[in-house]
Design a protein. Structure first.
Length: 118
């Protein structure tokens, strides 16, 4: 079973940057579509970004397009989410996910809190 461990969350001022990391426990990482989701208390989860197995295809939510960048390092079993120009509304718990397609994610991390506040 794939285990995913996120890190890199924290408190940042509006306009600042953070980079989230997610390490997968198995070598199947290289065969998985990886994604980042976020969810605020009492709200539905939201897709943020996804990246294909090889890393040549990425997808972003409109709300983060141009500000966030997803990337992966298959040698390190790690996927990253570089978050720039952070806004108050980006405050959420961010979850790493692995799956077989951009619409099918079956494995989830425990989440990491990102708080954007002045």
């Amino acid at each position: 079973q794939v285990q995913l461990v996120e890190s890199g969350g924290g408190l940042v001022q509006p306009g600042g940057s953070l980079r989230l990391s997610c390490v997968a426990s198995e070598r199947t990482f290289g065969n998985a579509v990886m994604g980042w989701f976020r969810q605020a208390p009492g709200k539905e989860g939201e897709f943020v970004a996804g990246i294909s197995r090889i890393g040549g295809t990425t997808h972003y939510a409109d709300s983060v397009k141009g500000r966030f960048i997803i990337s992966k390092d298959n040698a390190k079993n790690t996927v990253y989410l570089q978050m720039n120009s952070l806004k108050l509304e980006d405050t959420n718990v961010y979850y790493c996910a692995a799956g077989t397609s951009f619409s099918t994610f079956g494995y989830w991390g425990q989440g990491t809190q990102v708080t954007v506040s002045s």
